[in-house]
Design a protein. Structure first.
Length: 207
C-alpha cells in the first residue's frame, strides 16, 4: 500500500476564523494493543511562535521533549486527556479517540473559540465551530503542537508501564503490535491495561 502524499500547509484563508483562541487537537495511541489513547488540545500564542513544530512522528524523542516544554510554557492554553483501555473496549477505538479529544478541549482555559481537529471526524459533542484537517499534524502548527504533547505523554505512560512489567518491552515498542510484544503476550498473557477488543489480544486470550 502506497503512503498518502503529503498535503500542503493549511492556509489561514482556509480557516473561517481569524481570532487568537484557535485550538488544535490531536490524539496518539489508536494502534497499540495496550494502554489509553491520549489526546491534547493546544491554543498557541501568536505573539510567541514556536519554531520547529511538525508531526510528532517525524521528530526525535529529544526534540519532542524540548518542543513539549516550549509548548507548555509559551501557549495560551494546553490540556491533556485520555480514554482508557476499558473505555476503548466499550466504545471502540474511534469513539474513544473522539472522547479523549473532547475531554482535552473541555479542559482548556481560556476556552477555544474555534477548533482544528486532526483527521476526518469531529468529536460529536463539540460546541465550537470546527474543521477536520486530514494530515493536520503536519499542516497546522496548533495541531502539530497537540500531537507532540500527546505523544510525549503517552510515551511516558508506556515507560511507566515498562517499569511495572519490564518483560513486555514497552520501552521499545510503546505498546504497538510488534513481534516482540506479541511474543510477550503469548508467553506472559495480557495485562489489565491490554485492549481486549483488539484482535491480536483476543486471539491470544483464546489460546
Amino acid at each position: 500500500m502506497s503512503k498518502q502524499a503529503p498535503l500542503p500547509p493549511l492556509e489561514s484563508s482556509e480557516i473561517p476564523y481569524s481570532g487568537q483562541l484557535l485550538a488544535g487537537i490531536d490524539e496518539v495511541g489508536r494502534g497499540p494493543l495496550v494502554g489509553s489513547v491520549v489526546a491534547a488540545a493546544v491554543i498557541l500564542d501568536p505573539e510567541r511562535p514556536i519554531a520547529g513544530l511538525m508531526d510528532s512522528k517525524k521528530l526525535s524523542d529529544k526534540k519532542r521533549q524540548r518542543l513539549a516544554e516550549e509548548i507548555r510554557h509559551q501557549s495560551l492554553a494546553w490540556a491533556l486527556a485520555e480514554a482508557t483501555a476499558v473505555e476503548i473496549d466499550h466504545l471502540n477505538i474511534l469513539q474513544a479517540s473522539l472522547l479523549a479529544m473532547q475531554r482535552a478541549l473541555d479542559q482548556l482555559q481560556p476556552a477555544a473559540e474555534f477548533v482544528l481537529v486532526d483527521g476526518k471526524q469531529l468529536p460529536p459533542q463539540l460546541q465550537q465551530p470546527a474543521l477536520a484537517v486530514i494530515q493536520g499534524d503536519a499542516r497546522h502548527p496548533a495541531i502539530s503542537a497537540a500531537s507532540i504533547l500527546a505523544k510525549v505523554e503517552r510515551d511516558a505512560q508506556m515507560l511507566e508501564l515498562h517499569q511495572q512489567h519490564p518483560d513486555y518491552g514497552f520501552d521499545r515498542h510503546k505498546g504497538y503490535p510488534t513481534a516482540v510484544h506479541q511474543e510477550a503476550l503469548l508467553k506472559l498473557g495480557p495485562l489489565p491495561e491490554h485492549r481486549r477488543s483488539f484482535k491480536p489480544v483476543q486471539k491470544l486470550i483464546g489460546r
